[in-house]
Design a protein around this ligand. Structure first.
Ligand SMILES: *Cc1c(COP(=O)(O)O)cnc(C)c1O
Length: 390
């Protein structure tokens, strides 16, 4: 292990006085640090002492730290309740004319596909599946051709929930910008895990509890340039200005209006303490050093794939050298992801089963997902290899 990898592993562990035994589920729900937990609890106490509205925190630092991860600013961030809620808020309000062509990859997340099909049916959008290679990695030349033929929006998950392949976000961003086509990058599985800066997306959709190791119940949008076509899905009083009712002219009375910028998407009611906690988690990630964290995670992923591929006949689904720590495995005949996860639980290991509905156009059978956080010792992966072989 390099000195830097050892430093990250030790810092990760020492920041957490309690970690579930054998935790290998960073892609599902990671373990917040003690400081994150303390910040959440402290804010809940403050809300009780002062009254929730009097305790409203200044989240500018949290938003700046989060936005910096994609090269954006604090005014570009909106907090919501989950990645799914963020995607629905973003796409639901996007004014794309009937007949607009929306490109996506077949690895797209189940709830995003449900949303896209729904919007396509209601609004007359055409969904265009973009070409991929044998690993379901977007074919960049194929995207170029589709952009030339005409696309109005491109949506890609940087890393899927069910496959550790890192999509070429930088190249996609470059092509979309050149074609002046907006590009939505789902970073739920990539922010805190791999480099996202340089993607140059029009909007990023993310979540707190996975690789950023924030609390549950927070998702976010980072929208570096809200255009006039982008409004919140269901205009609400969250993220909108109150207008004074117009004097009784007999005409239509004025309603609240969306605030300029990304905050128009933000829900004003929510788990505010959890947003405070996410801010602390993101600052901790900056303090660890994102590139050192990425290197450590890529190392955990490579080691897991090397140890697990072939164990008991299980096969790793993505390239063994893929620079991610999201590892997925296909069962051998006679075994299933559910059975293996139960054996792992009996050995005090926490792994997850990814059902086909998570990526319905790509997954043919449930896979076992192993996603080690940075502090994972080698021994935990060795134990899992023995469990798979048993
Ligand atoms: C988890 C996930 C989401 C949804 O995030 P939630 O916070 O669970 O709603 C979206 N896309 C991908 C790729 C994910 O892994």
């Amino acid at each position: 292990m390099t000195g830097q990898a050892a430093r990250i592993a030790a810092a990760w562990r020492s920041a957490r006085s309690v970690v579930p035994p054998g935790h290998l589920d960073a892609a599902g729900c990671n373990v917040p640090s003690d400081r994150v937990l303390d910040a959440v609890v402290a804010h809940l106490r403050l809300e009780r002492e002062r009254g929730g509205y009097a305790a409203v925190p200044d989240l500018t630092t949290a938003k700046s730290a989060l936005a910096a991860l994609v090269g954006a600013g604090p005014g570009d961030v909106a907090f919501l309740e989950s990645g799914t809620a963020a995607m629905a808020a973003l796409l639901g309000g996007w004014r794309l004319a009937p007949g607009s062509r929306v490109g996506h990859v077949r690895t797209e997340y189940g709830s995003t596909l449900m949303l896209l099909r729904h919007l396509a049916a209601w609004r007359g959008w055409n969904l265009v599946e973009l070409p991929v290679d044998g690993d379901a990695r977007l074919d960049v030349e194929g995207l170029r051709a589709r952009l030339t033929a005409g696309l109005d929006l491109v949506i890609v998950s940087h890393i899927g929930s069910h496959r550790g392949v890192v999509q070429p976000a930088g190249e996609i961003g470059t092509l979309c910008r050149a074609a002046e086509v907006p590009f939505v990058l789902d970073v739920c599985q990539s922010l805190g895990h791999v480099e996202v800066r340089g993607a140059g997306a029009s909007a990023y959709v993310g979540t707190s509890r996975k690789w950023l190791a924030g609390p549950r119940g927070v998702g976010f949008l980072i929208v570096p340039g809200v255009t006039p076509a982008m409004d919140a899905a269901a205009p609400t009083l969250g993220g909108h200005l109150w207008n004074e009712p117009s004097p009784g002219t007999g005409g239509e009375r004025a309603l609240p209006e969306p605030l300029p910028g990304a905050v128009r998407y933000e829900s004003s009611e929510g788990a505010i303490a959890a947003r405070v906690g996410l801010g602390v988690a993101v600052l901790e990630y900056h303090a660890l050093g994102p590139s050192a964290v990425h290197a450590r995670l890529a190392d955990r992923g490579r080691m897991a794939r090397a140890l697990l591929d072939g164990a008991g006949g299980w096969r790793v689904a993505e390239p063994l050298e893929e620079p991610s720590a999201l590892v997925t495995l296909r069962p051998p005949p006679g075994d299933t992801a559910e059975k293996a996860a139960a054996r792992a639980a009996a050995a005090s290991l926490l792994v997850s089963v990814v059902p086909t509905g998570r990526a319905p156009l790509d997954l043919r059978e449930p896979v076992l997902r192993v996603s080690p956080p940075p502090g994972t010792p080698d021994e935990t992966l060795h134990v899992l290899a023995r469990v798979l072989a048993s």
